[in-house]
Design a protein around this ligand. Structure first.
Ligand code: LLP
Length: 447
């Protein structure tokens, strides 16, 4: 038995860090066997660090949980959460499929060598170029989001004289998921999908049955993101199964494939209690079976598109602490060398995070400060109220955990700040999967 280290991750941080996180003998945060303070020194800050073994473990957990249900399930990794060649190669190696929502995400998947037949393309406003790239590459699924798209897709398949493309129809199930309104998508007032209550979804199925260029396989919905309450999934299953049964009977369309999108929440703070993947898989399978039996739908299959719950907890951001300002009687500001260029989530969704110092994770958090970035914008705040040691000083390495999803993915160049580098760490070795953006990269686009 291993002796309990006298140094350990404070209990409130255990669930927001990848499981390999520990405090090493030097008193530093270690992830994947790598000392994060040494990583910051070698590769610079800000930087995203992902635990590669945990990424793989999450892919496997999803694949196994869904494969083992009574209603068999396919798992598409939602690459919008974090798209890179390294990540997509990893997802492919672990046997997942992938969901892409733009030409860019599709291009990265194809260049990573991802098998085209395991790629699914979404989008509420797909361009002809996007559809044509998808048809030409032979992607496995296209998720139809509008009537206009049906006609354009038909023309493109005709022009290419390609085989019929396998499609799903994205529906708006009329479910109000409990989450921030910017990441709620299942309600009737949504730019995504075709409504069930207004009859457009059924009309689209009827219309699609007249095309020999489109092979309609099933239905798709996505109710929202960062969900802890599974009631919305249950409601969505009922709506989707009923619609599939009705459409199958009315138009002879065998709608067996039911895709419920992504949405499983993760812990950003000690107060978040995420639902296990296996619980979601079982709930979906059981509800589909029960409802299909009542509705008379034959042998359904399911699919899901998790993004955040695969990559979120695997990644952390490391920053260097810079200027510290005490405003007597007002606030204390601690500024780091990144901000809303590498994490838009606080500004957009008032998200909360834990934070601590990588060079002394066990230091007492005896004061509160506003954690700010380096951008010329008052709203450039990573944490309104960060608990930090009162003697925090410039040069220390500050960590924000659980930034693996929608962190790098939403990074930008505000104030001409280059995007950070991304590392995958495993068994004491770090590899750069995205290099840091330099001034040369930025000016290379300018005439
Ligand atoms: N499938 C569809 C059709 C989606 O629209 C999304 C997310 C997913 C799957 C993956 O959802 P996940 O499992 O990651 O919740 N930027 C926001 C999240 C936007 C989610 C957009 N769609 C954030 O940082 O919270």
């Amino acid at each position: 038995m291993r002796m309990l280290n006298s140094l350990s991750i404070p209990p409130h941080l255990v669930e927001v860090l990848p499981p390999s996180a520990t405090v090493n003998e030097g008193g530093h945060l270690e992830i994947g066997g790598c000392d994060t303070v040494a990583l910051a020194e070698e590769f610079g800050t800000p930087i995203f660090v992902y635990d590669e073994s945990f990424l793989r473990a999450r892919c496997r957990e999803y694949k196994e949980a869904f494969a083992s249900q009574a209603v068999p399930g396919t798992v598409y990794y939602a690459s919008k959460a974090f798209s890179s060649i390294g990540m997509l190669q990893l997802a492919a190696q672990e046997g997942l499929c992938v969901d892409v929502s733009t030409e860019g995400e599709l291009g990265v998947a194809l260049r990573s060598g991802f098998p085209a037949e395991r790629i699914l393309l979404h989008g509420n406003n797909k361009s002809d170029a996007e559809l044509d790239l998808a048809v030409g590459a032979g992607v496995g699924r296209i998720v139809i989001d509008s009537f206009d798209e049906i006609d354009r897709l038909h023309d493109l398949v005709r022009q290419r004289d390609a085989a019929p493309v396998a499609c799903l129809v994205r529906i708006t199930p009329g479910v109000d998921a409990k989450t921030h309104r910017y990441i709620r998508t299942g309600q009737e007032d949504s730019k995504f999908g075709l409504g069930v209550r207004n009859g457009q979804a059924l009309a689209a199925v009827k219309y699609l049955a007249t095309f020999d260029t489109i092979d309609l396989q099933g239905l798709h919905c996505h109710i929202g993101s960062q969900l802890f309450d599974l009631a919305g999934f249950r409601e969505a299953v009922d709506v989707v199964v009923d619609l599939a049964a009705e459409a199958s009977t009315a138009y002879g369309a065998p709608l067996h494939e039911l895709n419920f999108g992504g949405g499983l929440g993760i812990a950003y703070t000690r107060d978040d209690k995420p639902v296990a993947v296996g619980v979601l898989a079982r709930l979906l399978s059981e509800e589909i079976l029960a409802r299909a039996e009542v509705a008379g739908l034959q042998a359904p299959r399911m699919a899901v598109e998790p993004g955040r719950s695969i990559v979120g907890r695997a990644g952390v951001t490391l920053y260097s602490v810079g200027v510290i300002k005490e405003l007597p009687g007002v606030a204390k500001y601690v500024a780091v060398d990144g901000g809303l260029s590498d994490n838009m989530r606080t500004a957009l969704y008032q998200s909360e995070y834990e934070t601590f110092l990588a060079n002394r994770p066990e230091a007492e958090l005896d004061s509160s400060a506003r954690l700010a970035g380096k951008h010329c914008e008052t709203g450039d705040v990573l944490l309104e109220n960060a608990a930090l040691p009162s003697d925090v000083r410039a040069g220390e390495i500050l960590v924000t955990p659980a930034t693996g999803a929608y962190g790098y993915a939403m990074a930008n160049n505000y104030n001409m700040v280059g995007r950070p580098a991304v590392l995958f760490v495993q068994e004491g070795t770090a590899r750069v999967v995205i290099r840091r953006e330099t001034l040369d990269d930025l000016v290379s686009l300018m005439e």
